[in-house]
Every structure is written in C-alpha cells, then in structure tokens.
Write a protein that binds this ligand. Sequence first.
Ligand code: T1G
Length: 697
Amino acid sequence: MPGVVALRRDGEVAVITVDNPPVNALSQAVRTGLVDAFSQARDDKTVKAIVLTAAGRTFIAGADITEFDKAPTSPTLVDVIALIDAIEKPTIAAVHGTPLGGGLEVTLGCHFRIAAAGTRLGLPEIKLGLIPGAGGTQRLPRLVGMEKGAAMILSGDPIPASEALALGLIDEIFEGDPAAVGIAFARKVLAEKRAILPVSRRDDKIAPLRADPVKFDAIVAAHAKRARGLHAPTAAIEALRMNLDVPIAQAIERERAKFMELRGGEQSKAQRHIFFAEREAAKIPGLSKDVKPREIRRAAVIGAGTMGGGIAMCFANAGIPVTVIETKDEALKRGLGLVEKNYRASAARGAMANEDVDRRLGLMTGAVGLDAAKDADIVVEAVFEEMDIKRDVFGKLDALTGPDTVLATNTSYLDVNAIAHTTTRPSSVVGMHFFSPANVMKLLEIVRGADTAPEVLATAMAVGRKIGKVPVVVGVCHGFVGNRMLRARSIEAERLLLEGALPQDVDGALTEFGFPMGPFAMSDLAGLDVSWRMRKAQGARAEIADQLCEMGRFGQKTSKGFYLYEAGSRAPRPDPEVEALIVATSQRLGITRTPLDRKTITERLIFPMINEGARILEEGIAQRPGDIDVIWVYGYGFPIWRGGPMFYADSVGLPYIRDRLIAFAKLTGDKRHEPAALLSRLAKEGGTFGGLTAKAA
Ligand code: T1G
C-alpha cells in the first residue's frame, strides 16, 4: 500500500486507515491501497473483523475530482466496493467529518457504519453535474428508503449524523477516536455474533416500491421539476428507478456508465470548474500566509433597511452578536420587525426550529445612534446609496470606533476609495458588497480599496466565509465586477426593445439560456425606481424604463412595470400598453423595428458582458476569470452548468465572440462593443480566459 492506506492489527481486528490529505480523496493510490488492505485482511484467517477509518480532518470526502479530466484508472471505485461487499467477516466503517460521495459509497460496502458526533454524510455528486458512480443510487435507497435516498441524491445536500442514525444509514453515533471506537464496536459485533448482511442484499425498504411502481414516480416527480436544463437529475432518477427492476450488479454497471458519460460532458466540466474556482477565489495573490484575520467578537450594522436587516441576519446566523443601528426608533422597529417576520416565516416553513429563531434574535440588539457601534470589531454600513450620507457615517465611525475596527461599506457601486478617505484610517476601510436578499444570496464582493490593509482584507474574507458567503475580491470601479457587467447587459437589453424585441422576447431568451429570470422581470422585481434614481444621478437615460417610471410603473410593487401583475401574483404578464409604448418610442426615435431571433438576442446580451469581463481582467479589477464566473453564478443566477460567463466564452470560442462584437459595434455604433484588447489577443493567439494566471486585484 503506497503510504496513503495503512493496515494494522489490534488483536483479531484489522484496522485500515486512509491518510491522503487534505480530504482523503479516493485517488488511484488510495483505491489501490484499499484493495490491497482489504484483500489481506479478508484472506488472513486470524482476522475476525475489519475496521475502516481515515486520518486527518475528515473521513474520505469522495472521489478525487482532480482526476476527472484524465482517463479512468484501475482499480475503479466500483471494484473496491465490490471487494469489500463480498467479504464474509464483519466490516465496520468508523467515520468523521464529511464522508461524501465515493467516501459514503465505500461505507455502504461495509456491513456497519458508525459516525462521530457532528459528522455530515451525503452524496453531493449532483452539484458537480454527476450522479453517484459507485453504487450509491442502488445501495443508499436500500438502507434509508427511496424517499430519503432520492432526496439526498437529487439535492446533493448532506445530512447530520443524528438524522443518519434515525434513517438507519448509520448504526451508532460516538464520541472519541474513530479507530478506537471502531475496534470496540467490532468486538461487540463479534461477541454478540451479530448477523451480517451486505447492504446490496437488503430489500425490505425497496420491495414495497416494486409492488407499486407508481409510488416511485410520485417520489421523484417534485425533483424532476427542478431539473430545468440539467442532465444529471434526469440521469439520477433513471438510476434510482433501476432499484425496482434491475439486478443490483447490472444496475451498478449501468450507473457507472451513466456517471462516466456525465463526467465527460460539458455540464459537469462547467460545474467542476465552479467548484474549484470558488476555492481559488479565496486565495489572494501576494497576500502572505502570515497575515492573520482579526478576531470578530461583535459586529454592528448601520441601517436597518432591507439590506441592513439581511446583513444583520448573516451575523446572527453565524452566532456573532450584532447591533443594528438606525437614526430613528421608528425605522429601527420597522427593520427589526421585518427581520423577525423573516425568521418566523422560515420556522413556519420548517426550514428552522423556533428555538433557533429565538437564539438568533437574541444575538441581535437594536440601537438608535452611531455610538452603539463603538465596541464593534467590524461595522458594516448599509445606508442610502448617496455618497454624502456615506461620507458622514464613515467620518463619525472613524471617531468613535476602536483603531482595529474594520469599517466596511455595503455600497453596490460607489467609490470605496472616496469613502475611505473621509476617515483618518483608510487602511481600515473595505467594501463588503452583499446581494439582496443579503441573508440568502451566497455572493459577497470584497472591494479592496487602494489603501485597504492586508489584515483588513484577510479579515473581511474570513468574516465572509464565517457568515456562509462565497467571498470574491474585486477592485474599485463603478459597479466593481458584477454590476459593471450587468450594466453592459442592461444597456443592450433596452436597445433590443427599441430595435424590435419585446420584454418577453428578451427575458425568454435568457431563461432559455438558463437564467432563473430575464432582465425585465428582474427589474420589475427589484423595482424600476431603484435604477431610475441611479440613472438620474448620473445623467443617464433608459428610454423605455424612464417612461415607465414617469408613469409610476415601478414593477411588482405597483402591480405594473414592464409587465402586468394580477393581485397576489408575481407572474409577469405581457402588457399591450407597454408594447404600444415601445413601438411608439422606436418610431419617435426613427428606428425601424425588425424581428430578432432568440440566438441573436442571447448573443447581444451575453457577449457584451464577456467583453466587459475581459476589460475588468485587463484593469486588474478581478484577480482571475474564475472569480468573475463565481460572481455571476452565485450573485446573478448565471446557469452553473455553463460555468459562468468567462468559462462559457471559452466553450463558445473567442474568435467567434470577437467577430460578433465587431458586428454589434457596426450595427449599434456603440464603441463599447469593440472587442477588448485582451479578448482580441486571446482570440488571435488561440488562447482562452481559462489559460490566464491570477493577478492581484
Ligand atoms: N477531490 C479533490 N480535491 C478536493 C476534493 C475532492 N473530492 N474535495 C476537496 N478538495 C480540495 C479542495 O479543492 C481544496 O483544495 C481542499 O481540498 C480543501 O477543500 C464516485 C464520483 C470536503 C466539505 O463533492 O465538499 O465522489 O484549495 O477548501 O471547506 O460517486 O471540500 O486547498 O488546494 O472545500 O473544509 C464527491 C467535495 C466527489 C466533496 C471540505 N465529493 N468537497 O470543505 O475545504 S464525486 C464532493 C467538499 C464522487 C463518486 C463520485 C469540501 C469538503 P485547495 P475545501 P472545506
């Protein structure tokens, strides 16, 4: 065994330990080591039971995803688990941390599974555009039943050890060292002469479905609806269906064939790209490992509006006491009331226990006046998007907070450097741009000011991870990364309306592309008045949106915007009045309307975003193309199975995008469509965004 798998004896019990940091991924070496170790233990007559454990922070966390772009090598994980499954001595998996994917599948080849308290177990393959590829779709339902088995496989979400015990996925929860407890458990099994039956031969939880297959369809129906555009969920459902009528050995073969097909497909490659890009985004080139984040014991949020309330919930959810500060008691009460209403609604949906709600509310304190922020280790300002107001707040925070307090602004596009320079310590100032609703959206843009100290940057990143966000460092410019690219798309969306499209054509093109919502439905949801106020402040104009605002049509909040909304419904309905307004505007502007097909609309919306992304990289506003992909997948609903705008651009081909941009520039006369220098260079050289190396933002 090449060092990553060790076999030792403790009397009549063989102990096999995987040690392949950082997460004991099932590399070829680990799989080979497992075959050797289990074969030896099986063939040694003096061994009466076998315990499988792992060293380090977690039991096996799955197949080695870095091997997925290479040709498969032997032994396959199916081979390893088949060998374990056939052993006629008691086999016990003693797990801790996150036994996920192939890691959990290995334990399903054992007779017993015991887990340390705090262990989370799951089959997350669907999140990588895959299905379990080593028997998971056949063995998990045999242990926990189809309902729970399908839910775990189709959601990809892990479950806590307590739930796993209740479901019968594990046999015991323990405290202490997995190997020691595993050996004791093995001895108990031997002493009690417990019957051992491989999971692959247990049928009691599946038999009822065989008798009534319609039940299976009912179980998977809800999941099938959410599969929009994704290949893996459909494949997972077909694999699960094999439990009903395909012998398990054959089913596992077919499952692996489907897994291999998905593994080689574009969707999984894109989703694996996001998996690694999200982790790369946490690395800041040039930030020395010696720079340690400051400890955050208490936070303060300035502003109890929608954003401030959501941000305060993020801190409370992470167990960090937080003071929410307003200028008037009435605004404070309204804000905190909305927070409580949000939490109670989650409890009513069963998404959170009431005691959890009480605990989180107990971590929140309301206060009037900035003085209440004086003891905070981090302050997040979430006041009105007006520079004067922000300047005033930061000037006061500078005077009343401690020298080590991190001063963060939640501005979504204003100049963080200008805000920083209203303080005597610009090095303490950083942007933390949350996305609405702040307690739900995963993305957090960490805006690095020219003077932001490395320690302050590291602290903001650490806080971002602590409160469950995906933090990405961005530089200072109007709109940073996400909103700057969104603006490129919004300008083009308006232009398309004048050229011949209707809101439903534009939105339809993007929902077909995979976005949950198109730009006009999104504007109606956010409120047209929000961007109208920004445009007026900048002296910019959006022909159609401005007219709608002048008519008081602000979107869902006024039941009318680009679309009509029936009372109590959020479903957008095309409005002939808006169509007439659009046609009249084209006429007034002397534009002859022409029909635009879906492909053209999609390219006109997506390619300018990619072009803006290329400029953002040229200017060093983003560290790497993968950061931009993470921003758009986690902040704006870019379909994860397309890998984000820059990964998608590489899959389309940069020469084609360059040529289309040149055509758009001619068609519209808009110079911003001229291909960015970086995009032109890569297109010319046959390069890709993915081939670029990271640069500090
Ligand atoms: N393969 C390779 N590298 C991995 C890895 C994996 N499965 N999981 C994590 N890493 C790397 C990661 O890139 C990072 O590297 C470091 O480990 C720490 O990860 C056959 C086919 C386990 C919950 O999907 O969910 O099994 O940046 O920063 O926050 O059916 O990692 O340090 O260079 O995320 O403590 C199924 C994926 C695979 C689990 C730990 N398994 N991993 O979280 O650390 S498919 C998964 C995670 C499969 C079978 C199928 C998390 C974690 P670096 P980290 P963490």
